[in-house]
Structures are given as C-alpha cells and as structure tokens.
Ligand binder design. Structure first.
Ligand code: A2P
Length: 224
C-alpha cells in the first residue's frame, strides 16, 4: 500500500493570543458603539437595514468569529490551488509555532463584514503566498488590486453579517483600498479619538487608527 500523504490543514495564519483577543474584542465593540451613534452613520443606515427609518445595533449585527486570526493561506485540506506548494515551503514549516507581533492599522465596516487591517513586516510577508491578494476578486477590480502593495489583503475578520462567509472581509478590504487610491476621495471624514473615519460609499467605512495596535500572535495551521 502507498503511504498516506499527510493531510493539509484548512488554513494557515497568525492567531492572536487569548489576552490580545479579549482586548481587541472589547475595543472594537466600543468602536462599533461609537459608529452606531454618529449622525454621519445614521444618514447611511439604509445601506445596512434596507430602510432609512430602521435602527441597527452593530454589536448584534456582526456575528463574531473565533479564534481571531490573520489567514495567510487557505488550503481547504488540500483542495485549494497551490496549497501543497505553500505547505511544503521551508519557511512555512520552520515558522509553525513561532511568535510574532501583528500591527493593526485600521478597521473596516461594511454591510457584510467587520475587520481589522493588518500591516505586515517584510519577515511576515515571507509567509504571505504569492497571488494571495487576488484570490476571489471580481475581474473588474483586478487592475486596482495589482496596483496595491503585496499583502494589502492581510486582515483579521472580527465579524460577519448573518449568512456572510469570512472570506468576504478580505474582498471588502481590498475594495476600500482600491477606492482610496483612486480618483474618488472619501465622502465623509470625521476625526474620532481612535483615528480618522472615512465613508467610501455603499455602506463602506474605514477607520485609519491614529496609533497602530500591536498584537501578540503565533503562526499556526488550523483544522476543524
Ligand atoms: P478570513 O481570512 O477573511 O477571515 P471558513 O471558516 O469560511 O472555513 O474559513 C476559515 C478561514 O479561512 C477564515 O479566516 C476565512 O476568511 C479564510 N478563508 C475562507 N475561504 C477563503 C478563500 N477562498 N480565500 C482566502 N481565505 C479564505
């Protein structure tokens, strides 16, 4: 009989320490509370509710996903293209179980997803798969994605609206970054204690944090 190949995981990524996870959950919930009460947000509420007169409780609207992590490679147990090649890289094997610090530089909120934008260091980028920024992006957005720095998609999904898959967070983040570098500038800008809030149209909000938040994390593979 042939020896069985070791199974590939569901995905690889950096997992936030449980201490950081608690801290991030608290501070991001505070941000949602603040956003919810802003007049600028209320003006565009129908993009979340489908009805301008309806209220939304953002803390309930987004269902949290645990454990909090920043995906590098989605392997889907080997079904995803390039999964085996990724897992076989020496840097991937050597990095499993090692600690690092992720830098969260912004937050995104859309009618679909709530996420934290992560800025990767050159060392962390060595674990970022080639072409990962493009996975699942609609063809119309691809030229914009190619103009963004490698690793632009790096993020932590903090929550998804009911029925929305976590993979959407990276797509929403890229869409926002493409809009930011394009001609169209943000419509509304508000200075909050946490940073600068921009409205990008169609229910898309971006908070650029005044101070990046450093998060202890460990690179691991994950299987359910
Ligand atoms: P994300 O990294 O945006 O949070 P699921 O729970 O849906 O099986 O996904 C497990 C993890 O893998 C999630 O973190 C998810 O999104 C990520 N993921 C799921 N599908 C993909 C995909 N096609 N491409 C990249 N990442 C994916």
């Amino acid at each position: 009989a042939q020896p069985k190949e070791p199974a590939l995981p569901l995905f690889y990524g950096w997992f936030l320490s449980s201490e950081v996870e608690e801290k991030i959950k608290c501070s991001t919930m505070e941000f949602l509370k603040t956003l919810d009460t802003l007049e600028a947000f209320k003006k565009h509420i129908s993009e979340f509710t489908g009805d301008a007169d309806k209220e939304v409780d953002l803390e309930q609207y987004f269902l949290t996903k645990a454990p909090l992590h920043c995906t590098t490679e989605f392997c889907d147990y080997g079904k995803a293209e390039g999964a085996k090649e990724y897992a076989e890289q020496q840097v991937v094997k050597d990095s499993c179980g090692t600690a690092t610090e992720l830098s969260v530089v912004g937050l995104i909120v859309t009618p679909r997803t709530f996420g934290a934008r992560v800025s990767l260091t050159p060392e962390q980028l060595s674990l970022w798969p080639t072409g990962a920024d493009k996975v699942g992006i609609p063809p119309a957005d691809l030229p914009g994605v190619e103009a963004l720095p490698v690793g632009s998609r790096a993020h932590v999904t903090l929550g998804c609206a009911a029925g929305v898959e976590a993979v959407q967070t990276g797509i929403d983040l890229l869409e926002i970054l493409i809009l930011q570098q394009g001609e169209e500038k943000a419509v509304t800008v508000e200075e909050l204690e946490l940073g600068t809030l921009s409205y990008m149209g169609q229910g898309r909000w971006y908070l650029a944090l005044r101070e990046p938040v450093t998060c202890d994390a460990t690179f691991l593979s994950f299987s359910e």
